[in-house]
Design a protein around this ligand. Structure first.
Ligand code: A3P
Length: 258
């Protein structure tokens, strides 16, 4: 584990085979007993898959595109993480870009274990030995669930390719009907460039002792295909083999580059 002022908290502990942060493990029974109300909206994402992005999109829709209202509080307070069960979230992103993003996040997040070298991290990630568990299990689980419950399954890559179309889907799912002009505002305000500059979404108010953005910014690149700058040819082949095995039998299809 990484040494920081909050040293001990970088330890992850397993619950039902999934590594979780100490704060989550301590509150597990409360979290597991969470009862949703019929009109609750849960955003369920694997880490680094665009959680913050979809949070901002959902709030912009909820607030009818009112930019000022969306400035009322930090994103993590507008949509608190259920697993932290403090006063206070399926979107999927392809596994390779998620792995890269997660690696850089663990480098800068002093509350999570040091990721080690990229090669070490590659191993940990494909074996699901990272916080919040296996990407494969998360994605497969929600994909299988999506037709049985009221679930809108979104892909990071689709939002990137055609934000307006995907935002419209979220809007319809939320039972909202906003004008084209409002939709255009939401597209603009939730762009990577805007959210990188927005103190309510870029995590700039979190102290350096927790998120050290000089190591790697929270709003890092926001692109599809950055994995090509990290994966070796051999790693890519190993990954594709493992992916085929682990995702066998699912109809899910990920876009790896735009
Ligand atoms: P990168 O590290 O690849 O840049 P999460 O919010 O789940 O932690 O996900 C973080 C990832 O989403 C980061 O990816 C971040 O840059 C990206 N992201 C955040 N806001 C975005 C936006 N508006 N458009 C595209 N990507 C965004």
């Amino acid at each position: 584990a990484q040494t920081s002022e909050l040293g001990k908290q970088t330890q992850l502990t397993e619950v039902a085979g999934i590594l979780l942060q100490t704060a989550t493990v301590g509150n597990w029974s409360q979290i597991q007993n969470f009862q949703a109300k019929p009109d609750d909206l849960l955003i369920c994402t694997y880490p680094k898959s665009g959680t913050t992005w979809i949070q901002e999109i959902v709030d912009m829709i909820e607030q009818n595109g009112d930019v000022e209202k969306c400035q009322r509080a930090l994103i993590q307070h507008r949509h608190p993480f259920i697993e932290w069960a403090r006063p206070p979230q399926p979107s999927a992103r392809n596994a390779k870009d998620t792995m890269v993003s997660y690696y850089h996040f663990q480098r800068m997040n002093q509350m999570l274990p040091d990721p080690g070298t990229w090669d070490d991290y590659f191993e940990a990630f494909i074996n699901g030995k990272v916080g919040w568990g296996s990407w494969f299990d998360h994605v497969k689980g929600w994909w299988e669930m999506k037709d049985r419950y009221q679930i809108l399954f979104l892909f990071y890559e689709d939002i990137k390719r055609d934000p307006k179309h995907e935002i419209q889907k979220v809007m319809q799912f939320m039972g909202k009907n906003l004008d084209e002009t409002v939709l255009d505002i939401i597209v603009q305000e939730t762009s990577f460039e805007k959210m990188k500059e927005n103190p309510m979404t870029n995590r700039s108010t979190i102290p350096k002792s927790i998120l050290d953005q000089s190591i790697s910014p929270f709003m890092r690149k926001g692109t599809v295909g950055d994995w090509k700058n990290h994966f070796t040819v051999a790693q890519n082949e190993i990954f594709d083999e493992i992916y085929k095995k682990k995702m066998e039998g699912t109809s899910i299809n990920f876009c790896m580059e735009l």
